[in-house]
Design a protein around this ligand. Structure first.
Ligand SMILES: [Zn+2]
Length: 824
């Protein structure tokens, strides 16, 4: 199938207007396929067009009462000719369920053999569920009906009513874009209530009902509070009726903003203990999808090149809502440690692009823009916009933008016009610098001269980005100064700096208001291991940790300095987001990619020692859980691991926590301390979906040639494997200290994984290709093979993008090892 191009979409939107979609799905036809009937009522101003349709078989194609020749369906497009001003197209077809989380995904729960289906029509999967004009700016009201097994419950965008046994009718919706139409069906467990006239529901697989019921109050309270907050902020009521949040199995993204029926990955329903940061992330996701009800659903970007109008806003608004209306007032600290880490990495890759107007020539390459630029940078840029024009003008502009474009579409120019009207400022220069030009600046502060400098790496165009930010100086755990200002040129004198006392550690962008790398001076860097833990505010500490990590990735900072800071400052850290995110980055990146192989065992020992220190001194269950997971991952203490596996010497919150047990099982399997039968015995104790997937990972981690060969053939040669099963295998495969064991697979990666294109949807494949990339095999041979693969023109867009980004990370490892070689 050839993806819809931007030009085709623009052309089609000028000649087609859909007035109503009537869709009937039959989900009671067995495990492989379902029936789909679409009736499209549309007006046309040209005699010809085409409709998007990807069935496994068609039973009826009828335009204005005339049968169409099935041969008119070629490559996912049904050609329509002889159009009248007003038309009705009827398509009856058989469609296939997916196993890759795209389209109508069907999953059987191994815990009780119950089946569930959910629609994830993002980004261009709608034609695998019903015939449609699949582009974001052809919106229509939907009247959906569903036939399903008698004991199922059906949920969707409109409120669902059971009209007869197994027959459901969904209330007709306001105009919706095709990509966020959904139906979720199965024997769901549900908790529901009403808030401010809105019916709220949370739903999960029946086998997760205990977790759902335990967490429903927290989920629904947050939802209610965010509705209150957004209603006040936007001045427009939520327009889509009921608000259901369905926790779905094997979900590709964090969540999807289907109006009235948000789908969320069900790994967010925690079976056991969860960290503060995991709960914060989930709450942030709830707020993010709710923000989309306005930014994305009520007003939709015209084409995917303005994706930022959805994602940058949802990212920014969710953090703002968490700080203002939830218990997670530290949401911006997590943003620094998680989202900026992701976004800065995106800027270092050749795939970096402007926030707005980045090319999305067709609906397949558009997927590439769902990255750290569109989310994290876009959000930071909106904070800069507020610093530039003030919050009142910003909010007034948002309201105007939403009101003018309700149930329609918008683009960059329209948004800027609304903000300019409210702020009275000309934003064309600001927009050019911040929204329409790629790149990240580095900020340096020179205490001796009182100068602040701003530099842009050579790979980016030089533009004058005005940064508004603060600089904080700390000595012996006390803030010595904090000054705020703006810089829009290469260097600027900041007189308050000269007047301030000299500080041990100086942190540019300490409150993380702008989008920049904080370039710490040598004196500050040298003081960090001793001084970092005593800096009183978590936000400044997070910026300092990010500065260390950025410097390591840019081969400016020796990874051993990060490890030294880990040893000294990390166990004393109090913020859970910093602890968890830094710890994870150390074990997944700093040790395997940046430290030379001979120093990796020592790196793991250092992490284990730091985790032990945190564990022993933990003052909260949150810290104990973070420490226990990292200790399990890095400790070589077999006695400790075996006792934890047996549930001995564990804090009460981790006894009988099956997810924690899998952490220990995987860690022991990686070290060769568990055989197949050992893993199998734990799998039988936990016959849940999560347990089955964890067991797959544990088997793929075993350090034997047979286990690696098995894992590789399951990953690349077993078409029955779902997206999550492939992720489990891919994520585990390279984790070994025995490079000889896996080095034969480096070459195979570059042929076998691209070969999955077509069998696996692009969204799912992009994730698999990233996880399965041989990043820990930091060697020039890996780089040569990677470059050779990119020179081929046969890679699908998602595979190409994943290889480009992973290769950039590999090159960082190589550059760092060259700059800071092994000593002794
Ligand atoms: Zn989003």
């Amino acid at each position: 199938m050839s993806p819809l191009t931007r030009t085709e979409a623009q052309q089609r939107a000028t000649t087609i207007r859909v007035s109503r979609m009537v869709v009937a799905l039959d989900l009671d036809q067995g495990p492989e396929t379902f029936g789909s009937r679409a009736e499209i009522h549309f007006e046309a101003t040209a005699p010809e067009t085409f409709v998007d349709l990807r069935p496994v078989g068609v039973a009826r194609l009828e335009l204005n009462g005339q049968d169409l020749d099935p041969a008119a369906l070629v490559d996912g497009r049904l050609a329509l000719a002889g159009l009248e001003p007003s038309n009705v197209l009827i398509v009856e077809a058989t469609m296939a369920y997916s196993r890759d989380g795209q389209g109508l995904h069907r999953s059987v729960d191994p815990a009780d053999e119950e089946a569930y289906v959910y629609g994830h029509l993002f980004l261009d999967a709608a034609p695998t569920v019903f015939a449609c004009f699949d582009q974001p700016d052809i919106k229509a009201p939907y009247a959906v009906s569903v036939r399903a097994p008698a004991d199922w419950r059906v949920l969707g965008n409109g409120a669902a009513t059971r009209v007869a046994e197994g027959c459901w009718e969904l209330a007709e919706t306001p105009p919706l874009a095709t990509y966020f139409v959904t139906v979720c069906a199965g024997p769901w467990a549900s908790v529901e209530r009403e808030h401010d006239g809105i019916r709220l529901g949370v739903h999960s697989r029946r086998s997760l009902s205990e977790a759902l019921e335990r967490q429903a109050d927290s989920l629904l309270n947050a939802t209610a509070d965010f509705f209150d907050y957004y209603h006040e902020l936007f001045g427009i009521r939520y327009p889509f009726g009921d608000y259901h949040q369905v926790f779905c199995p094997e979900f590709n993204a964090g969540a999807m903003e289907n109006p009235g029926c948000v789908t969320i990955r069900d790994t967010y329903l925690f079976r056991g203990s969860a960290t503060h940061d995991e709960l914060l992330t989930r709450t942030n996701t709830i707020a993010h999808e709710m923000a989309h009800m306005w930014f994305g659903d009520l007003v939709t970007m015209t084409w995917w090149d303005d994706l930022w109008l959805n994602e940058s806003f949802a990212e920014y608004l969710a953090h703002r809502a968490c700080v203002a209306a939830s218990e997670y007032a530290d949401a911006w600290v997590d943003s620094t440690m998680a989202r900026k880490l992701w976004g800065h990495s995106a800027e270092r890759s050749p795939s970096s692009h402007p926030v707005a107007g980045s090319p999305a020539q067709d609906a397949q390459t558009a997927l590439n823009n769902f990255d750290g630029i569109s989310y994290a940078k876009g959000s930071a840029v909106l904070r800069q916009l507020i610093a530039h024009i003030g919050d009142d003008a910003f909010v007034a502009g948002l309201r105007d933008h939403l009101q003018r474009n309700s149930f329609g579409n918008a683009d960059l120019a329209g948004f800027l016009a609304a903000i300019e009207r409210e702020s009275g400022s000309d934003l064309s220069g600001w927009s050019h610098a911040w929204l329409e030009t790629a790149g990240i600046d580095t900020l340096h502060v020179h205490q001796d001269t009182g100068r602040v400098t701003r530099s842009t790496p050579d790979r980016f165009a030089k533009v004058s980005r005005p940064h508004t930010f603060d600089i904080a100086g700390f000595t012996s755990g006390t803030a010595v100064f904090r000054v705020t200002g703006t810089i829009d040129r290469a260097t600027r004198k900041w007189p308050e700096l000269l007047a301030a006392d000299r500080a041990e550690v100086v942190i540019p962008n300490a409150s993380d208001l702008t989008w920049a790398v904080s370039g710490l001076e040598p004196e500050s860097l040298a003081n960090l291991p001793d001084a970092l833990a005593s800096i009183p505010d978590a936000q400044s500490r997070a910026v300092a940790w990010l500065a260390l990590i950025d410097g390591m990735h840019e081969a400016r900072i020796d990874p051993r300095l990060l490890m030294r800071t880990l040893t000294m400052a990390w166990p004393l850290e109090s913020n859970g987001s910093i602890l968890g995110r830094v710890g994870n980055h150390v074990i997944t990146r700093a040790i395997p990619v940046f430290l030379p192989p001979a120093e990796q065992p020592g790196g793991e020992e250092a992490m284990a020692t730091a985790a032990r220190r945190l564990y022993d001194g933990a003052t909260s269950a949150d810290h104990r859980l973070i420490a226990a997971r990292l200790l399990a991952a890095t400790s070589g203490d077999e006695t400790l691991l075996r006792s934890w596996l047996d549930g001995i010497d564990l804090p009460p919150e981790l006894v009988d926590d099956s997810d924690f047990r899998w952490f220990v099982v995987r860690a022991m399997s990686r070290r060769g301390l568990l055989d197949e039968q050992g893993i199998e015995s734990f799998r039988r104790r936990d016959e849940s979906l999560a347990g089955q997937q964890a067991a797959l990972a544990a088997r793929a981690l075993r350090p034997t040639a047979e286990a690696k060969e098995w894992a590789w053939s399951e990953l690349t040669g077993n078409p029955a494997r779902s997206n999550y099963e492939l992720n489990a295998l891919a994520g585990a495969f390279w984790q070994t200290t025995d490079r000889d064991l896996v080095s034969p697979y480096v070459e195979r990666y570059f042929t076998d994984v691209p070969g999955l294109a077509g069998r696996l949807g692009e969204d799912a494949l992009g994730t698999v290709a990233a996880l399965a990339y041989p990043l820990p095999l930091v060697a020039s041979r890996t780089l040569d093979l990677s470059r050779a693969a990119l020179a081929r023109d046969t890679l699908s867009p998602a595979v190409r993008r994943s290889i480009v980004d992973a290769q950039a990370k590999l090159e960082e490892g190589l550059a760092s090892r060259a700059a800071f070689p092994a000593t002794g």
